[in-house]
Design a protein around this ligand. Structure first.
Ligand SMILES: NC(=O)c1ccc[n+]([C@@H]2O[C@H](COP(=O)([O-])OP(=O)(O)OC[C@H]3O[C@@H](n4cnc5c(N)ncnc54)[C@H](OP(=O)(O)O)[C@@H]3O)[C@@H](O)[C@H]2O)c1
Length: 333
């Protein structure tokens, strides 16, 4: 079989991408409670970028096969997982073994979601992470009964799902983006409150809008100075939940007086921890309900292009140039 190999972590992402190699190896054999999946496709997410830079919380023994999620068909199984053969699945892989940018992958059965037969396999490749992340973030908004949330990196896919799910619960959203074209696209698609983070009066506008709409929860995928700017502008009693570090910068600029005298809170969200907290039956319920929304096209991951292993370098550099245009899918074919 063929797989993509990262020889070494590289802080410069372009160098990391250029160093990727396609190598041949033996098809692995599934152990007890494991399955062998023939991979249909796997996306590149910001977490894969951070992984290749050596800046993520998952560090694999090198050389390593990147890729944290994907979709495919179970073609073989170890003892205890035989019932899964021939199932369409999507999967999440975080351990110190080969990742999903491979023709075949061995996975523990607990890392699979067995899919409804009608699920589109390209959409399924991006189903394990972002839709559930948005759902977990929405749960925080519902728990706090907030009328409005603020989110940055609003042109991205998690943010798109959050916007859609928030609308279904009558929660307003203030979207923050860094590029004017992203702001224009969001407005065109119906987003009502869109702010540009580099506008001179960004903080003033955010302060007025968040006070008016009672936006006391912010979902932050960027970090750096933007975290401080957002939290400082929010009303008393606000919380900012950090779930990504796209700026590659430490969180900064938070006014300590806000934390001391205005009951403001900084917290974090991680999908794997949220999943751990959920009862398996409840997770299945959420998964089935969400798959139904994908099957009827209510939810959709934007996919900008598909690339095979031999063109992965150009595919990944295109994604880096225009992340808001949608995911790139890596397909072994
Ligand atoms: N904590 C968790 O469990 C969890 C789970 C899933 C995802 N995440 C995180 O969620 C974030 C979004 O993921 P995604 O899949 O939705 O991303 P995506 O669809 O690939 O899009 C990334 C978005 O971020 C914007 N962006 C990139 N760098 C930025 C920066 N320095 N400042 C401001 N905006 C920036 C891009 O805008 P441009 O078009 O302007 O480049 C694009 O709109 C990532 O940080 C990811 O790691 C976390």
């Amino acid at each position: 079989m063929r797989k993509i190999v990262l020889p070494d972590y590289k802080k410069n992402i372009l160098r990391a991408i250029l160093s990727l190699q396609v190598v041949e190896s033996e098809i692995p054999k599934p152990a007890k409670n494991e399955v062998l999946v023939k991979v249909h496709a796997a996306p590149c997410n910001p977490s894969d970028i951070a992984f290749m830079e050596g800046g993520y919380n998952i560090v694999k023994t090198l050389p390593a096969v990147p890729g944290l999620e994907g979709s495919g068909i179970v073609v073989d199984a170890g003892e205890g997982a035989e019932n899964l053969i021939d199932e369409k699945v999507c999967f999440f892989s975080q351990d110190d073994r080969d990742g999903t940018w491979s023709e075949y992958i061995c996975l523990n059965k607990k890392n699979l979601v067995v899919l409804d037969g009608q699920m589109d396999m390209d959409q399924a490749a991006c189903f394990s992470i972002n839709p559930f992340t948005a759902r977990g973030l929405l749960d925080i908004a519902l728990l706090h009964s907030v009328p409005c949330i603020i989110q940055n990196a609003a042109g991205g896919q998690v943010a798109a799902f959050v916007r859609q799910m928030a609308e279904e619960h009558n929660i307003k959203v203030i979207d923050i983006v860094r590029k004017k074209e992203s702001a224009d696209q969001l407005k065109k698609a119906g987003a009502k409150y869109v702010l540009l983070e580099h506008d001179q009066d960004f903080e003033e506008k955010l302060m007025k809008l968040s006070a008016k709409l009672e936006a006391t929860l912010a979902l932050d995928a960027v970090g750096g100075e933007l975290t401080g700017k957002i939290l400082n502008a929010m009303p008393e009693g606000s919380e900012i939940v950090i779930y990504g570090g796209l700026s590659n910068q430490p969180v900064s600029g938070i006014n300590p007086l806000g934390l001391i005298f205005k009951d403001k809170i900084v917290s974090g969200f991680n999908l794997a921890d949220w999943r751990e907290m959920l009862d398996d039956d409840y997770f299945d319920e959420i998964s089935k309900a969400m798959q139904a929304r994908f099957i009827d096209n209510t939810y959709k991951t934007r996919i900008q292009s598909k690339t095979d292993f031999d063109h992965i370098t150009s595919g990944l550099t295109n994604y880096l140039r225009q992340m808001s245009a949608g995911k790139i899918l890596i397909s072994p074919k």
